[in-house]
Design a protein around this ligand. Structure first.
Ligand code: NAD
Length: 530
């Protein structure tokens, strides 16, 4: 555990304007949003956790932090909720999620605004994230009638062999700041229809968004007779609460989204007690630009993937591998296009790129650019921009770094908009570069050559969980399983058949014959008196 995990670490406190507790315009907007949602922060307000807007660094609220002891009490409540909820038929569990989705849809605009104020992503991306929550609700409702198991051919006469899926228990969900609502919804709505109860520890950088989204779910549950109390709870706390969740013997599943460093700690704790892990960790995503690519399309795809959410998506494009025959011309177009990006308040509809989350992210970006230069890179952009009225916001021009090869810094995930560019001559070389990092989340190739496209997706191609052709690395749809391999953790929070992560499987054999044949022809004849 490092200081990075604590929002009230000294370097952040130093940044709080002395008037942090006076209501800034953004704080007023955030408070008004809670009013529109019919929610109150009530006893969540306190003195431990100051929450800031990255837009201008102003304070939004100060919250009371939960402690590991509070986590214990919440887990006990969640266990009780689980005992009742698992008995509710799955389609009726889906009804709760359907009602919740309707509430989120009704309040989409207010929720998007709050998300943008607290996280700093531009409004259109914030709306996209809220839409993702609505979409996953619909997905989960459909799923509530589709939680089926297999019937398998038995080798024994008059026997039936079947797999059932049962609710698993309490889900502990730990999430990152960059998708402060969607990742929770991916896991929680699916877990709810699967019959689990859930505890959410959001990032300490985005607790207000969490309280708003979970507050609406609590409202929907309060109005639904079949939903027990404490079905969904929020822990407002730092990494210590995350550790308490990871270590708690009554938390059956832990879905943790965040840095590799966090995942390495959580994974060991879960392994020690054989809890089920769903790990969604860092990525270092690459796109290959082949000579046959539609270069206009590739340019658009690369720029959005590299700079969307100010380079703070797990699927952000961080490495561009361009065929040497087109490399110089493509880089010139990239530099020219980066120069046209409008950087500023995320609440302005014209803005392409909002702020970094905080000073720590800015410092990390500058350190990475320094290292890139030291490793022979030529850096374009990356400087801090002075935005009127936002002295404590960290706005940057996204950077392009032309690299002599895949150096040490290129192999690291720096959570900021830096696009490293490298050249290649053969597709084998490009795929080796793409796979030559420890992370394995998202990848793409821009090509019009079907052989290249297919090879990239084949077993000898990309080793990532997400493999795209002619689109960028970011912007996944909810239907497909989402996640990555290697140090990205191997988890799949949602999509496809990942609902199985939230259930336990029982294999049942029923003998409806009058004899007792043993499997594999084993003989065990007994002399039993009739
Ligand atoms: P982070 O690891 O600092 O924090 C993530 C969450 O983990 C927070 O809630 C934090 O309080 C908690 N935490 C931190 N240390 C912990 C510990 N030792 N035990 C338990 N909990 C702990 O990450 P961040 O800065 O919020 O987010 C950025 C990172 O998240 C990037 O690496 C990004 O790639 C990754 N991410 C991955 C995905 C994915 O789906 N693969 C999605 C979003 C973000």
């Amino acid at each position: 555990m490092t200081e990075k995990n604590f929002m009230n670490a000294p370097e952040n406190i130093a940044k709080i304007p002395s008037t942090a507790h006076a209501a800034s315009p953004l704080a007023e907007q955030a408070a008004a949003t809670f009013g529109q949602l019919g929610l109150s922060l009530g006893d969540r307000l306190g003195a431990d956790l100051p929450v800031f807007s990255p837009i201008d660094g102003s304070g939004l609220a100060t919250l009371r932090m939960d402690t590991p002891g509070d986590v214990d009490a919440m887990v006990a409540n969640a266990r009780t909720a689980f005992a009742a909820w698992k008995l509710v038929p799955a389609p009726h569990r889906g009804e709760l999620v359907r009602r919740y989705g309707a509430l989120v849809r009704e309040h989409k605009e207010a929720l998007s605004l709050l998300l943008s104020i607290e996280n700093g992503k531009i409004l259109t991306e914030a709306r996209g994230e809220v839409q993702e929550v609505i979409d996953i609700c619909e997905y989960a409702v459909g799923l509530s009638r589709q939680l089926f198991g297999l019937t398998i051919a038995s080798e024994r006469p008059e026997h039936r062999l079947t797999e059932y899926w049962h609710p698993m228990g309490v889900l502990g969900l730990i999430s990152a700041f960059n998708f402060p609502a969607a990742v929770w919804a991916w896991g929680t709505t699916v877990a709810l229809v699967c019959g689990d109860s859930a505890i959410w520890k959001p990032s300490e950088k985005t607790p207000l968004t969490a309280l708003a989204f979970a507050g609406l779910l609590e409202k929907a549950a309060a109005d639904y007779d079949l939903a027990p109390d404490h079905l969904v709870q929020v822990v407002v706390g730092d990494a210590r609460c995350g550790t308490a969740i990871a270590d708690h013997p009554d938390v059956a599943i832990v879905s943790a989204t965040g840095s590799v460093r966090m995942g390495q700690d959580v994974a060991v704790r879960l392994a020690r007690r054989f809890a089920r892990p769903v790990l969604e960790l860092g990525g270092n995503n690459a796109a290959i630009i082949a000579p046959s690519a539609d270069l206009d399309l590739a340019l658009r795809g690369a720029v959005f993937a590299a700079t969307g959410t100010c380079g703070q998506r797990c699927t952000t494009l961080r490495r561009l591998i361009v065929h040497n025959s087109i490399r110089d011309a493509f880089v010139q177009r990239l530099i020219a296009t980066f120069a046209t990006l409008r950087i500023g308040s995320p609440l302005d509809d014209a803005t392409h790129v909002g702020p970094l989350i905080d000073r720590m992210a800015f410092d990390g970006m500058q350190r990475a650019l320094e290292q890139a230069r030291a490793e022979g890179g030529i850096v374009h952009g990356g400087e801090r921009l002075d935005i009127a009225g936002a002295a404590d916001g960290y706005y940057v021009r996204p950077a392009i770094a032309e690299m002599p090869g895949q150096t040490a810094i290129v192999r690291e995930e720096t959570f900021a908009p830096i696009l490293y560019v490298m050249g290649y001559d053969t597709l084998d070389e490009a795929i080796a570069l793409q796979n030559g990092v420890s992370q394995g989340l998202s990848s793409s190739i821009f090509t019009s050559d079907v052989r290249e496209a297919e090879r990239f997706q084949s077993a000898e191609g990309s080793d990532c969980g997400i493999v795209n052709v002619n689109i960028g690395t970011s912007g996944a749809e909810i239907g497909g399983a989402f996640g990555g391999e290697k140090v990205t953790g191997g988890g799949r929070v949602s999509g496809s058949d990942s609902w199985k992560n939230y259930m336990r499987r029982a294999t049942a054999t029923v003998n409806y014959s009058a004899s007792l044949p043993l499997a594999q022809g084993v003989k065990f004849d007994l002399d039993i008196d009739p």
